[in-house]
Design a protein around this ligand. Structure first.
Ligand SMILES: Cc1cc2nc3c(=O)[nH]c(=O)nc-3n(C[C@H](O)[C@H](O)[C@H](O)COP(=O)(O)OP(=O)(O)OC[C@H]3O[C@@H](n4cnc5c(N)ncnc54)[C@H](O)[C@@H]3O)c2cc1C
Length: 418
């Protein structure tokens, strides 16, 4: 029996190794279009590869997986973050968990993971064919009738690639760039949710704001008014607009909405980290009592950086003393602090890092095995699926978990048809 894996990335390699571990008799071939494999693993996490997360700060998977949370909840029971952690340690890659719960190789080098995958693949005799882009009429699907062990007859598929017929096919071609028009996904085109980028920063054309470049607000809240999309966390003002986890997370949750709106939308920022506007008002009123004679700009509320506070005060339209603020001014100040609006002018890549929102619809696959419901023996794993997470090691964890499920899915099927 043999399995073809299209795509020599994180999911493809992990799957090949796991499949050979549980089924040494299976011949496994990876087709990789590039001249080397695992190139995204190499550049990931700034070359350090944030390979998973402890998930200790994650109360609900929907927080970190805008798409695919329910499926991953199920798959983590088979192979979750702890299993991934143990897997790497057991295979000679000691890991460290940072304070922010992101997990990296102790060596702080993605090559630790690449070397491990390469050695394991070699040990198990996984065949890797480089410079082979599966495209055009490949893989050719050949349908025939087979008899199961129990004597039942069923329709079965095999897949022809490069003159070899494979019993099982796994598509692990990754996210954007996975070719729907002429690549291996052509036969299931109708099952693909249009891929759009996720995890990007916002371009905001506001010279005064851009002048605050480098300013960090530790706990900002971001939202797209009129939608359910909101986020929070550190926010960084950049020379092109805004970045930082509060923005990246928002871009992930609102990836499709923003794409549909051509990356033009209104962004609302709460600079205070405090949701309750009444308590903000009370706090400001207390400040007024205690700082009557001080200039507004000489006392910074909410520990805001001086430059940012001066910029926000300028939006009030007057420079005065705290004691000179009237009721209307206080309301306006609360609005500036909690609902400060900006026009998003476009999308800006974050250190070239983005993942794909969209891909193979989860409604069209078996949720335990990752097998296509339409084409028997065709499986999927990794970012080609409509699963994506925010930054923090969540995307690789999705790759490991889906690859593990697909490997075991193939194993189960092979047992029935042996
Ligand atoms: C700069 C950057 C940094 C990142 N850092 C992190 C991080 O630190 N932590 C994290 O969790 N996630 C990170 N990600 C996301 C993570 O890299 C992806 O989610 C992950 O690589 C997905 O794995 P995959 O195997 O599904 O796809 P990929 O790793 O993209 O692999 C797909 C492979 O398929 C091959 N391929 C595609 N089409 C064909 C074809 N037709 N024929 C043959 N081969 C084909 C490609 O060449 C590629 O090698 C980062 C992404 C980027 C861009």
């Amino acid at each position: 029996m043999n399995t073809a894996i299209i795509g020599g990335g994180a999911a493809g390699f992990f799957l090949a190794i796991e499949l050979k571990r549980i089924m040494p008799e299976m011949n496994v071939t990876i087709f990789e279009r590039g001249k080397k494999a695992l190139s995204k693993v190499e550049i990931s996490g700034g070359g350090r590869c944030n390979c998973t997360n402890s998930f200790q700060q994650v109360k609900d998977l929907k927080q970190v997986y805008p798409r695919g949370a329910n499926l991953l909840k199920r798959l983590f029971k088979q192979f979750g973050p702890k299993d991934a952690y143990m897997w790497f340690e057991k295979h000679g890659v000691p890991l460290v968990t940072q304070e922010d719960q992101c997990v990296f190789p102790e060596a702080q080098d993605s090559h630790a993971i690449i070397n491990c995958f390469m050695q394991e693949a070699h040990k198990y005799g996984v065949k890797i064919i480089y410079n082979y882009k599966v495209q055009g009429d490949e893989p050719r699907i050949e349908t025939h009738i087979i008899e199961n062990k129990d004597g039942t007859k069923v329709l079965d598929n095999s897949f022809l690639i490069n003159g070899t017929s494979f019993n099982y096919l796994v598509i692990t071609t990754g996210g954007i760039g996975s070719d729907i028009e002429s690549g291996p996904l052509t036969s299931i085109k109708q099952c693909i949710l249009t891929p759009v980028p996720s995890l990007f920063t916002f371009s905001i054309k506001d010279k005064a704001l851009q002048g605050l470049m480098g300013t960090v607000v530790e706990n900002a809240m971001t939202a797209i008014p009129g939608t359910k999309f909101k986020s929070d966390g550190p926010l960084l003002i950049t020379h092109w607009g805004m970045s930082g986890p509060a923005i990246l997370k928002l871009s992930s949750h609102a990836a499709r909405y923003l794409n549909e709106n051509n990356y033009k939308s209104v962004l609302s920022i709460n600079w205070t980290g405090e949701r309750n506007t009444d308590s903000i008002k009370e706090y400001l009123e207390e400040l007024i009592i205690n700082n009557k004679q001080k200039l507004l700009t000489s006392y910074r509320p909410f520990n805001l950086q001086q430059r940012l506070w001066e910029y926000l005060v300028s939006k009030l339209g007057k420079q005065c003393k705290w004691g000179e603020l009237g009721k209307k001014d206080i309301n306006k100040l609360v609005d500036i602090l909690t609902n400060d609006k900006y026009d998003i002018a476009g999308r800006y890549a974050f250190k070239d890092e983005f993942v794909t929102c969209g891909g193979v619809s989860l409604d069209t696959i078996n949720k335990n095995t990752m097998e296509s419901k339409d084409i028997a023996n065709m499986f999927f794993a990794g970012e080609v699926l409509d699963i994506d997470g925010i930054t923090g090691g969540f995307n690789f964890q999705a790759a490991w978990s889906t690859a593990y499920a697909a490997a075991h899915g193939i194993y189960s099927k092979a047992q029935i048809s042996k």
